[in-house]
Ligand binder design. Structure first.
Ligand code: TRP
Length: 332
């Protein structure tokens, strides 16, 4: 039998993947591939809780798939799939909606943030978004869920709902745990280093995108916010901009903070920013080139998402069948 623990994670195709998505999530996913049974999903159903342009959404979903693979996620070793291709997600989400409480969903900080930002479209999907996420995770009996700090509350809700369900019907769901990687978990915006580098950021200068051209990457690094000192020193509290650049450089160039501080002792921020920019250009070059190549291989991409959906469906069906039986639905 398969003794490996199971991992589930997903990213919404609601914007272009960023350097933050890569260093904070996908790079770690690749490392986890060997040791765990991994499901990596492109959560398009979550994306429509905010209005999307249909053609753009379709394009970004396929781009995201190509980028997952270009970042090193091997479709043979991981189950990579598109959420809307596995109908069990919507089906389990409905059932779990009846076990998630209005009060607990009202307390989700992301719901409060997103309803403030989309005041003209506070739809029910935005409200029950964490329930769909719980369905994603619980369908595969995931042990661990790699997420950023901002998603921890949703994983906790998933645990609460799963425990409530198990409390009534017996051990149906594995209780998952959030898995927050220590290094590189949080890459911040280059222009406002107190907030996370996010694909939904309104300020494009703050983000580095996986598919960006070298000259654009360099321009963003040259404009990155620093501080009024001239010392390259790691101090996230007082020097958020420089510390963020150091985090990026330490991963991209594989150097420790002490080495970086030594390398730029007595030099200006200009030199430092150039070095960080160049290291990122070289880090992303092979990813961009491979993703561009894959995007031309439509048949290959299709075979990946079809196989992924088949494998995911098989495993999801087992959980869904159990749930339907427990709640009293007549078997088909
Ligand atoms: N809500 C997550 C985010 O915006 C994406 C997501 C959806 C997810 N379903 C998931 C992450 C399941 C982990 C597990 O980042």
């Amino acid at each position: 039998m398969d003794e490996k623990k199971t991992i589930f994670s997903g990213i919404q195709p609601s914007g272009e993947l960023t350097l933050g998505s890569y260093l904070g999530a996908i790079k770690n996913w690749v490392t986890l591939s060997e040791e765990f049974n991994c499901y990596y999903c492109i959560v398009d159903m979550h994306a429509i809780t905010v209005r999307q342009d249909p053609a753009e959404l379709r394009k970004r979903t396929l781009e995201q798939l190509a980028q997952y693979i270009a970042c090193g996620l091997d479709p043979k070793k991981n189950t990579i799939f598109i959420q809307s291709h596995v109908s069990a997600h919507a089906e389990l989400a409905w059932v779990l909606n009846c076990y998630a409480m209005f009060g607990e969903l009202s307390r989700m900080t992301q719901f409060k943030d997103k309803s403030a930002k989309n005041a003209d479209n506070i739809n029910a999907g935005l409200f029950t978004y964490p329930v769909l996420m719980a369905a994603d995770i619980l369908l595969y009996q995931a042990d661990l869920v790699p997420v950023g700090e901002d998603q921890k509350q949703h994983v906790e809700l998933t645990r609460d709902v799963a425990q409530r369900f198990n409390g009534i019907y017996g051990e149906v769901f594995k209780i998952p745990e959030p898995y927050i990687p220590k290094v590189g978990a949080r890459i911040m915006s280059l222009t406002s280093p107190e907030s996370k580098m996010s694909k939904s950021d309104k300020d494009p200068g703050g983000c580095i995108y996986l598919m960006q051209r070298p000259e654009d990457i360099m321009r963003s690094f040259k404009r990155a916010v620093t501080d009024s000192e001239t010392v390259v020193r790691y101090d996230p509290e007082n020097k958020p901009g420089i510390s963020n650049l150091m985090t990026i450089y330490s991963i991209a160039a594989n150097k420790s903070f002490a080495e970086i501080e030594g390398e730029f002792a007595g030099k200006g921020y200009g030199d430092f920013k150039l070095a960080v920019g160049e290291s990122v250009v070289e880090l992303l070059r092979p990813i961009r080139e491979e993703a561009e190549r894959l995007l031309k291989e439509k048949a290959y991409l299709e075979s990946v998402y079809k196989e992924g959906a088949e494998r995911a469906s098989r495993s999801a069906a087992r959980t869904l069948r159990k749930v339907y039986k427990k709640v009293g639905f007549v078997g088909r």
